[in-house]
Ligand binder design. Structure first.
Ligand code: NAD
Length: 370
């Protein structure tokens, strides 16, 4: 049995509460002899600022570089609103993304049948939905220079952001998209705005070249990003993997997220280049939600986004796709039995705490393994 190295970074607010359920899952895998994970833990965000006056220490960064995967909870909260800008809680997460070169952000939008009625769309539109938004995470308009606000001296100011993409950035994200699609329903939809943006023209060209160079077994479709947004709410099941840039990905992934109900249900993965030594990609897995200070410490947070993020680690870092499928099935089974944390509660369902939900999911997993 291989042993994988994990760095657990629970963070602030509900982060440690939902991370406790990942630890429960790790104990289960170890006890059953399914997989062995060597874990280290570190501070990130506000709790790290309280201890060391920085949002992440060099020691923790070194552990992140050495780990096979980083499992991140959430960070931030009003307590740290006035800390120096460079030490603000988010800076720790941004540093991890940047230093590990995590350019590919994978956000699945999965609608569990038991929760189809909590979507704002009709049941038949979302029930059984299983799509992925693949967002380029380290380039584009969020990072392009110049990025300025200039006082024009006539009572006007001018703000400039720069959308910039090089071939290699589009090439590598497209490859991740095609590889992902190969493990699924073999369809990639590339979204850009080639009708009004030069980066869109290059995006389409490069994605097309990557496709014809090595991925003709996967269907490739191009769509303007605005039309894509419309199609996402009209008939989302037409998609499999959507690959898009940083800005459009930010918006489209939030739209896709809301198709499925609560923030407490949404996992994510951020991947970097393949490490030549380990042959694995640098990777960080985290729920989409934040530290939820309004419910922190109450033991009522939904741990499913965190557990499903760990499921993505099984799938994308450890080649344990079958085990990830089992975890997803355990989550679906617990939901269909009517167990709900407060954020997804519904009539007739039993409201449970964070640890009761984690326990039920691991219990279901044990049944699936029996
Ligand atoms: P949030 O995601 O923390 O919370 C938004 C709402 O959703 C809250 O009402 C919260 O109670 C609820 N919620 C979120 N996760 C839940 C869960 N697992 N179970 C049940 N309910 C859940 O977003 P926010 O309130 O805008 O931000 C709070 C703090 O988190 C801020 O400091 C923000 O900067 C930070 N934040 C961090 C991350 C991250 O660490 N990646 C992401 C987003 C926000």
């Amino acid at each position: 049995m291989a042993t994988y190295k994990l760095l657990l970074l629970p963070g602030d607010g509900i982060g440690p509460e939902v991370m406790a359920e990942v630890k429960r899952l790790l104990r289960f895998y170890a006890d059953k002899g399914i997989a062995s994970f060597a874990t280290e833990e570190g501070l990130v965000g506000g709790c790290c600022y309280d201890a060391y006056k920085v949002s992440i220490t060099e020691e923790t960064m070194a552990k992140a570089h050495a780990a096979d995967a980083v499992i991140f909870g959430a960070c931030g909260g009003p307590k740290w609103d006035n800390v120096p800008y460079d030490a603000r809680p988010e800076a720790g997460l941004l540093r991890l993304r940047k230093d590990l070169g995590l350019f590919a952000n994978i956000r699945p939008a999965i609608c569990y049948p038991a929760l189809a009625d909590s979507s704002s769309l009709k049941r038949e539109v979302v029930e059984g939905l299983d799509i992925i938004i693949l967002r380029e995470l380290t380039g584009g308009v969020y990072f392009g220079e110049p990025k300025t606000i200039t006082d024009l001296g006539n009572g006007q100011k001018r703000a400039i952001d720069t959308q910039v993409y090089d071939t290699y950035e589009i090439d590598r994200i497209a490859r991740v998209g095609f590889e992902l699609a190969r493990t699924r329903r073999k369809k990639v939809t590339s979204m850009e705005k080639r009708n009004v943006m030069k980066t869109g023209v290059l995006w389409r060209e490069v994605v097309g070249e990557v496709h014809s160079r090595g991925y003709t077994d996967v269907e490739l479709e191009h769509m303007l990003a605005d039309a894509g947004g419309m199609q996402l709410v009209r008939w989302p099941k037409q998609f499999d993997v959507i690959v898009t840039d940083n800005l459009f990905g930010d918006m489209l992934s939030d739209i896709a997220a809301m198709l499925t109900g609560s923030l407490g249900m949404l996992p994510s993965a951020s991947l970097g280049e393949v490490d030549p030594k380990t042959k694995r990609r640098k990777a960080l897995y985290e729920p989409v939600h934040g530290s939820a200070p309004d419910i922190a410490g109450k033991g009522i947070a939904n741990p499913i986004a965190m557990l499903a993020s760990f499921g993505m680690a099984l799938r994308y870092s450890f080649d344990m796709g079958k085990e990830a499928d089992r975890l997803d099935a355990a989550i679906a089974a617990v939901l269909s039995k009517g167990l709900r944390t407060a954020d997804i509660k519904s009539d007739g369902a039993r409201t449970v705490s964070t640890s009761e939900m984690g326990e039920a999911i691991v219990g279901e997993l044990a049944r699936l393994h029996a």
